[in-house]
Design a binder for this molecule. Sequence first.
Ligand SMILES: O=C(O)CCC(=O)C(=O)O
Ligand SMILES: [Fe+2]
Length: 332
Amino acid sequence: MVSSSCFETTLNLPSLDLSKPLQPSSLSSLSEACHQWGFFNIVNHGISRDLFENIKSFSNQLFDLPTEAKLKLGPSSSIKTYTPHFIASPYFESFRVSGQDFRSSAQDSVDVVFDNNRHEFGETLEEYGKKMTELAKKIMKIALMVLGDGFDTRFYDSDFKNCHGYLRINRYSRPTNLEDKTTVEGLGMHTDMSCITIVYQEEIGGLQVKSKKEGRWMDIVPSEGTLVVNIGDLLQAWSNDKLVSSEHRVVLRKPVNRLSIAFFWCFEDEKVILAPNEVAGNEDTRLYQPFVCLDYLKFRESNEEGKFEKVGFTVKDFVADDTKNCLQKSMT
Ligand SMILES: O=C(O)CCC(=O)C(=O)O
Ligand SMILES: [Fe+2]
């Protein structure tokens, strides 16, 4: 899975072909990737190149607006859909579109910053949001199959049917100080707070995952028509660490802008996360006491280091910090 030269280490993740019935051999390579890296690729996912290109072109129009216009969308305005430069990094800015009504979420923001009606923005993001939702449900079931035979039918409805998704469109501006460095960090090391995340990255690449063994950064090389899926903290906890939420980051190597679209598939806020016995084994092998999803999200938000932008804190730090975890205390 790994190839390396003296300059870089490249990770060739398995690609799951969603147009074909799932074969035992693809399930086993997927299982290895989910346990070792928490990342895999999907191809033939049914999302056309045109749809990505449309979103890219609309998004670039939005990001190209003057800063004062974009700040009408956050973070200090009532609409909090925009994260400006210098929060995550000097190069990173992002625009959030919430589900389930992706159309109104996107359109409400766009109407604030553009004078003329631009219905296409809402329509395009609605189409993307809906397709991503279907994709996330499919992938969630496959992730459950990785955990055990028949676990998709056993656990999907009981634990995952109220999951919801949101989108973040990220733009990284061209790095200015590449002369003295070979790479510039566009988004620092973090883990995702989702169950799963589905990412579209442009051909220039830059997404990296940290290897658990040597702590080395590995490049996730983009390829046309491929989407990257990664396991988030909440599924790691639910699966008792059988599926791993890996630390990842984005590096910028070329003097060009980079755009990515991340779709986060998450548990509902009030969900109590508890690995079923079939997954966790007995009480001695259970790694996480039950906790409420929202308490974890708040823990990440209230920790400067734990914010998605700066990160370092993960679900492991949360369970270690039992002063913050009331449910954990009350149930133990
Ligand atoms: O920009 C990317 O390729 C990945 C972004 C990411 O990791 C995130 O938004 O959580
Ligand atoms: Fe991420």
